[in-house]
Design a protein around this ligand. Sequence first.
Ligand code: GMT
Length: 377
Amino acid sequence: MKIGITCYPTYGGSGAVATELGIALAARGHEVHFITYQQPFRLPSFLPNVYFHEVEVGRYPLFEFPPYDLALAVKMHEVVRDHGLEVLHCHYAIPHATSAWIAREMLRESNRDVKVVTTLHGTDITIVGQERSFFTITKFSIEKSDAVTAVSEYLRDETYRAFGCTGCAVEVIHNFIDPVLFERARHAAPFPEAVRDGKKVLMHISNFRAVKRVRDVVKVFAQVHKALPATLVMVGDGPERVEAEDEARDLGVHADVRFLGKIDSVAPLLAGADLFLLPSQTESFGLSALEALACGVPVIASRVGGLPEVVQHGVTGWLHPLGDVEAMARDAVAVLSNQALWNATSTAAASDARARFAEADVVGQYEALYRRTLGIA
Ligand code: GMT
């Protein structure tokens, strides 16, 4: 098949999933065209069957807000027409699904068609899409898509609840991991013992937006730090990074908190972690938690959104009510100070991630969806 993929190319779970999906589809012999404003961050510069089309937004003094969604629609229309794409797969509803709808309408003027598949990832439904200024266009774009998927059961149900969405069957296709890439033993320890200095490594990876509650990450760590030698590795960057730095200083643990900034390849880092913290306010899935589990890293997270579909409480990690840093710290100390418990949880995490979220299975589900949407067996 010839498939166009549009996503946010910068750091974030939806862009990571879209890019890994495109790479896996290309490896299965499909022709994949990424259409976005920048080369997606997880996309290597050259791969067979993979093409990148940059969306350029014309500037004009009158435009206080340059219309990216229109430039994207024009590029989608051009790429479908010139390369014979059959499917446009949009990751994150706004504005991608809307632009795809415009492109499809423009194609119909010349008796051509393309199927629009939209994958809902999270705040496109739970926050942004429900804002007054975006609600009706989000609902419209979902209903006009030829197929719609959500990355968790929670997100599917939230889509029905918030938008009603008459006539749109939202199919759940979970996010996935490459079992080979996230094999713990495959990576040399990124924190040699000289650097670790006998300390347990706690890790958090995100884009440091308010929903990630990075202050809670530091609060949990500070309690663990009182109980045992530990260091916190913060990977990523975003608006709340300064808050996290302030919290670490206020709690007197800043000397043991390392901010690494944005890093493209997280598997080698995760392979050196002892515990992953994700105390988010909302999380439709929690791809970073899944990647940690796949690397055999137990996860402590808040019991919100789709996280209970990813982390099995008491088996692969622990889930606690939003903001309950005491309970999170208690379980963190318990697992980090009990090697047998850590070993059992780590083994269960790595095997559950592979059993339920293996790339080959999930990519097969997307292929089957494209075929059904195109009406081919
Ligand atoms: O919806 C967002 O906040 C953006 C998006 C992203 O690009 O990071 O994150 C969402 O999609 C990820 C991939 O499907 C999920 O793993 C994240 O849980 C989800 N984020 C939220 O729901 C806050």
